[in-house]
Write a protein that binds this ligand. Structure first.
Ligand code: TXA
Ligand code: MG
Length: 339
């Protein structure tokens, strides 16, 4: 299969191209598209056969459910049993945007999309290209991140092309995404609203809207008997080919430890603008500045991909523990490191 890549300008969107993309989705095909978080691999969320194709092209285990993307609240109301007050509040605060809600599904949503679960993940993205594709594609686009399963999520159309060329008919190219980490997932089927995956929308932000919210214990537990609730969080994701280790501690000690390790072989180093000049040796990648965590989030996956191309033997990263976005950055790094 030939993969067509179409460059789109958000200020002046090529509606004919988006209509064509929508036709592909409606006839059961797949289209990769940009969102503000990462690129998605979209298919018709209400057709099992499209979901099956998504799993197949990504090489993803089919018990790992997909997120259904909508462009308005009416479409959400049509596919769930009921919309709790908390869902309206979260939507009002964060949609369109980088937040996904888990609600009880109704019969319109096939089990092939939810990995056999009675709940469905739903998100309204803010990228105008994504919103227009959803409208043109029939209103419900199931989309996981558009990477081959196990690779870092794609933050440019080029990343998608590397992973999926020849496997899907079309990629919509909207340039580099703005956030670079996948959406925050909030489970509203539990008594206390629970964050199953941290993202740009932090626990504090969710608590400010709902009053009460918590983080899934399975995400932070060191005890391997406690499993994360989002099936996808149990897989080792975002894995670079080389062994990745995250170094924590006072910054001076972190720097000297990493420099010692860099003597031992072809070493990749993930650092920040603040520390770049302190590493004399190694394949040094500056991921962003600590003054702007979004700069770190938006470059992290691209940096992990670059190390694969460079063929380093080991990777050492500074750590980014902090509340808010730092929590999401650390979560992805830990998963890339296999904890
Ligand atoms: O930012 C994002 O969310 C991106 C863009 C494309 O929207 N999508 C994305 O999808 O990250 P994916 O498939 O890579 O991750 C979806 C996550 C998985 O960890 C999955 O297990 C979880 O959401 N999930 C989906 N449905 C669920 C459900 N019903 N209950 C619990 N977790 C669910
Ligand atoms: Mg993913």
């Amino acid at each position: 299969m030939q993969t067509e890549v179409i460059k789109l300008d958000r200020e002046n969107m090529d509606l004919d191209a988006l209509k064509r993309a929508g036709e592909i989705i409606k006839s059961g095909g797949l289209v990769a598209f940009p969102t503000e978080t990462v690129y998605g691999l979209g298919g018709d969320g209400l057709h099992e056969e499209s979901s099956r194709k998504i799993y197949e092209s990504k090489g993803r285990p089919s018990d790992n459910p997909l997120i259904v993307h909508v462009a308005d609240m009416e479409h959400l109301e049509k596919i769930v049993k009921k919309v709790p007050k908390a869902a309206y509040k979260l939507a009002e605060a964060f949609w369109p945007g980088p937040m996904t809600m888990i609600l009880e599904k109704n019969d319109l949503v096939p089990y092939g999309t939810t990995g056999g679960l009675d709940t469905v993940a739903i998100r309204m993205p803010s990228d105008p290209i994504a919103l227009e594709l959803i409208r043109q594609g029939g209103g419900y686009i199931a989309a996981p991140s558009a990477n081959t399963s196990g690779r870092p999520s794609p933050t440019t159309a080029q990343h998608v092309y590397e992973d999926l060329q020849g496997k899907i008919p079309m990629i919509l190219d909207g340039g580099a995404v703005t956030i670079g980490l996948e959406s925050t997932i909030v489970d509203l089927t539990e008594e206390i609203p629970t964050i199953l995956r941290p993202g740009f929308i932090s626990l504090d932000m969710v608590q400010a809207v709902l009053g009460e919210a918590q983080i899934d214990r399975g995400l932070i537990a060191n005890d391997s008997n406690i499993h994360p609730k989002a099936p996808g969080m149990k897989y080792r994701h975002y894995a670079p080919k080389a062994d990745l280790k995250i170094v924590e501690g006072p910054m001076e000690q972190v720097i000297s430890y990493i420099n010692e390790q860099a003597e031992k072989g072809r070493t990749g180093i993930i650092c920040t603008e603040e520390t770049r000049s302190r590493y004399p040796k190694g394949d040094i990648k500056c991921v962003g500045t600590r003054k702007d965590e979004l700069s770190i989030a938006s470059h992290l996956f691209a940096v992990l991909r670059e190390f694969d191309e460079d063929g380093v033997e080991q990777i050492y990263s500074e750590s980014f523990k902090a509340p808010g976005l730092g929590e999401a950055i650390m979560n992805r790094l830990l998963k890339a490191a296999g904890h």
